[in-house]
Design a protein around this ligand. Structure first.
Ligand SMILES: *[C@@H]1O[C@H](CO)[C@@H](O)[C@H](O)[C@H]1NC(C)=O
Ligand SMILES: *[C@@H]1O[C@H](CO)[C@@H](O)[C@H](O)[C@H]1NC(C)=O
Ligand SMILES: *[C@@H]1O[C@H](CO)[C@@H](O)[C@H](O)[C@H]1NC(C)=O
Length: 353
């Protein structure tokens, strides 16, 4: 608002002393089971101007501040009087004042003006394997620890890594590795190879002539018997192998489309209104960036669901025009509290003169 209050000069502090900012978690402005916004309660301290102690009894703190000193205040300062030739200094008194104010802030694990949950969820942002750019000024992206990748650090950074720390490297030569965070690095050999790293050719396989999409592999208790089994990404009895569609099991985020690219190959793409790597998809809140296109002075952005938002006029504003915002209400027409003989003019939102 443009209301300005002038204070008698005595009450005006020479310098607003920001003595300390006491940080404490204030009550939430959000009700219900998921608390997203945790405003910070800040305590601003200041001292009034130094004046002769005898004149300090009635000194008030500026509007909104509470006086915490009694009587004539604390005699711990000096005030100065200018004469033509000298500046004289005298010991004086001042009062101490405090003001509480709540600064909007997101709870742990939330980000942006609307305090959306970080990838991986607010309880374990980035699945505990990275750092979320959180807070009101954050952008909600995960910076994953070394070795991890994905929108929520939900997978290994490279396809050939495995283990809970993604620090082990797959060693399959002619085989498919059981890789990833849950993988154990074991190899499924391609046709005609055996051994832990699938690097030993099985010469006798030639004679077996396994059908398409199957492979010749050693089996039996002694590992000497040979048989045809389906290739990784195919299923069947070994004589008839059909490609497995990974999309038929839940490999993508519920809000993603799964595209079958071939045996053992698929692509997850987040649906409209969502963003992420497809295995993790997060709803897009347009209000989280640049106020969702709502001119901030006169309007606010309201989130309506994934990818959707609209602008609403702030108090004392009306008639939203895209790109322009809302226009100030004419308080003289809607709320003329002036005397009927006085001239009314709107000077600021909701204020008339
Ligand atoms: C100010 O006065 C109140 C009550 O009169 C008293 O409780 C408080 O301790 C006093 N504070 C100081 C700093 O003297
Ligand atoms: C998000 O913020 C992080 C750290 O604050 C920064 O490194 C990163 O580049 C930002 N990403 C985007 C997409 O703005
Ligand atoms: C009308 O103006 C008065 C005094 O400025 C104010 O207290 C009141 O809230 C206003 N009413 C509306 C509906 O704006």
């Amino acid at each position: 608002s443009s209301l300005s209050c002038s204070w008698p000069s005595l009450f005006f502090p020479l310098s607003f002393l920001l003595l300390g900012l006491l940080r404490a978690e204030a009550g939430s402005s959000q009700q219900g089971p998921v608390k997203k916004q945790c405003d910070q309660r800040l305590l601003i301290r200041m001292k009034t101007k130094c004046v002769p102690c005898s004149l300090n009894l009635d000194t008030q703190c500026p509007a909104g501040y509470t006086k915490i000193t009694n009587g004539t205040g604390t005699p711990d300062c000096r005030y100065y009087l200018e004469t033509k030739t000298h500046t004289l200094s005298f010991s004086g008194c001042r009062h101490r004042c405090v003001k509480e104010f709540e600064q909007p802030e997101c709870c742990q694990g939330h980000w942006g003006p609307d305090c959306m949950a970080c990838p991986g969820g607010a309880a374990s942002p980035c699945n505990g394997r990275g750092r979320c750019s959180q807070g009101m000024a954050g952008n909600g992206t995960c910076t994953c620890q070394k070795g991890f990748g994905g929108t929520a650090c939900e997978k290994c950074a490279e396809d050939n890594l495995f283990g809970p720390d993604c620090t082990s490297v797959c060693g399959c030569i002619h085989g498919v590795c059981n890789s990833g965070i849950a993988g154990d690095g074991s190899c499924t050999c391609l046709s005609g190879y055996q051994g832990p790293r699938c690097d030993q050719p099985i010469a006798e396989c030639e004679a077996l002539q396994c059908p398409a999409h199957s492979r010749c592999a050693a089996s039996g208790e002694d590992g000497k018997q040979l048989e045809c089994t389906c290739l990784p990404g195919f299923h069947g009895d070994g004589t008839q192998c059909e490609p497995i569609n990974p999309c038929s099991s839940k490999v993508c985020d519920p809000n993603a489309d799964c595209i079958f690219l071939g045996p053992n190959q698929h692509k997850c793409t987040c649906g409209e209104g969502y963003t992420g790597d497809g295995e993790i998809c997060l709803p897009i809140d347009p209000c989280q960036a640049a106020h969702g296109g709502c001119p901030a002075q006169s309007s606010t952005c309201i989130y309506d669901g994934p990818g959707k938002s609209h602008c609403e006029c702030k108090e004392h504003y009306t008639n939203f025009v895209p790109g322009k915002g809302c226009s100030m209400m004419d308080s003289c027409e809607t709320n003329n509290t002036c005397h009927k003989k006085a001239k009314c003019s709107t000077v600021a939102p909701g204020q008339i003169m």
